[in-house]
Design a protein around this ligand. Structure first.
Ligand code: XLS
Ligand code: CA
Ligand code: CA
Length: 437
């Protein structure tokens, strides 16, 4: 088979922190054990198809900047096959265990749905073979319900039932191919499920339709016996002015409102947290506190730019706190860390893709080790436990157990007077965290 990344001659290896080789891991050592599991098992890294192989540097102001060997020659179906081969060469040389895709990433849409589905079947066959040959697995699949003009006013929340039906038809196929590729999960990202102006929008009706759509997906999942985990991916805006899956908390409310909590978890993306005015840490902590932490799109935004920059994650505070929350929640089961990230427009060489992923994997490996040390030494945990110790006894315990009401609390307060206060010790804790970074 022809090599599309000839400059990387062998799989990226672990050389340790002293190495100065840009094509080596300094911290990620796949088989090394941390808290009883290998790093590969903890981190479950995935590369994404859309940015890494289909994103060629285009932005709002300019066309493609990147020229990839697998895009040359042949018609669009041949290019799709070459791209799939290049992708699996990349996954194996990099050493990620998983990948993620949208239906339209792997096969270009044809003039008719029948032909589009035939193309998908052909490329999925190749992907299945490559998965078998390499051992790389599918973390999740998804359906692109936002690029084609038919989805200009959304998919499940479109004012037209015809578009709703079209979207359902596409998701049906996307579920089938995800099952065929033995995907560990399937993601619903809202795409254009939002609005640009409320003047033309029936919000209540749209939300009902979105709830209905997801119930149909749950029913179909059962029907075809697809055992992967469903996720909703929160995002507050972009492409629409307001998206209904705004953040983890609004997705949670939506899932409860429509009786979907047991069927879907969340896929938390770092950059979407930033866009929602939250931290990545916050979104993960909210999801974990509500039993909704499923999978993670590992990237980062830029607070100086107001849009979805999808940069590779390099911030060790972010990776440490993320892994701390993930480990405390019991670690990934079906989910993983998907690099929904793209190299910058000026990073035009294929080798830049390796640098980007290697750095991100190392950043999360360090995050994992830091978080494991924090958990082993329990200093943060002990502090927090002590801060809330009042709830383990006396009046606190009685409140939690529902044994007292306002009248009893009034009597208690009259008897005890002003509460004693304790310092929150933020600076002490920030210094403590720094000891582990
Ligand atoms: C877009 C989203 C998208 C989802 C999958 O902003 O991040 O890429 O992850 O549809
Ligand atoms: Ca994403
Ligand atoms: Ca994003």
């Amino acid at each position: 088979m022809r090599a599309f990344f000839p400059e990387v001659k062998q799989p990226i290896g672990y050389e340790g922190p002293a190495s100065r080789n840009p094509l080596a891991f300094k911290h990620y050592s796949a088989k090394e054990k941390v808290l009883g599991k290998t790093m590969a098992e903890h981190l479950r890294f995935a590369a994404c198809y859309w940015h890494t192989f289909k994103g060629l540097g285009q932005d709002m102001f300019g066309l493609n900047t990147m020229r990839r060997a697998y895009c040359q020659g042949g018609d669009s179906v041949v290019v799709a096959e070459q791209t799939m081969e290049a992708a699996f060469e990349f996954f194996t040389k990099l050493g990620v265990g998983f990948w993620c895709f949208h239906d339209t990433d792997i096969a270009p849409e044809a003039d008719t749905l029948v032909e589009t589905n035939a193309r998908l079947d052909r490329i999925v066959k190749l992907a299945k073979q490559l998965q078998r040959d390499t051992g790389v697995k599918l973390l999740w699949g998804t359906c692109n319900l936002f690029s084609n003009r038919r989805f200009l006013a959304g998919a499940a929340t479109n004012p037209s039932p015809e578009v709703f039906a079209f979207a359902a038809t596409k998701v049906k196929k996307a579920l089938e191919i995800t099952k065929e590729l033995d995907g560990a999960g399937y993601v619903f990202w809202g795409g254009r499920e939002g609005y640009d102006t409320l003047l033309n929008t029936d919000m209540g009706r749209k939300l009902d339709h979105l709830g209905r759509f997801l119930h149909m997906a749950v029913d179909y999942k059962k029907q075809i016996r697809f055992r992967g985990q469903f996720y909703i991916e929160p995002k507050p805006k972009e492409p629409t002015k307001h998206q209904y899956d705004f953040d983890a908390a609004s997705c949670h409310a939506f899932l409860q409102r429509y009786g979907l909590e047991e069927h879907l978890k969340l896929n938390i993306e770092a950059n979407h947290a930033t866009l929602a005015g939250h931290t990545f840490h916050h979104e993960l902590a909210y999801a974990a506190a509500n039993g909704l932490l499923g999978s993670v799109d590992a990237n980062r935004g830029d607070t100086l730019l107001g849009w979805d920059t999808d940069q590779f994650p390099t911030d060790l505070y972010d990776t440490t706190l993320a892994m701390y929350v993930i480990l405390k929640a019991g670690g990934f089961t079906t989910g993983g860390l998907n690099f929904d990230a793209r190299v910058r427009r000026q990073s035009i060489d294929p080798i830049d893709l390796f640098h980007a992923h290697i750095g991100a994997m190392d950043a999360f490996a360090r995050g994992l080790k830091n978080a494991a040390a924090l958990l082993r030494e329990k200093r943060l945990e002990t502090f927090v436990k002590k801060r809330y110790a009042g709830w383990d006894k006396g009046i606190g315990k009685q409140i939690e157990q529902g044994k007292v009401g306002f009248a009893e609390l009034e009597a208690y307060t009259f008897k005890h007077g002003e509460p004693e206060l304790q310092s929150g010790r933020q600076e002490f804790l920030e210094n403590l965290l720094n000891e582990y970074i």
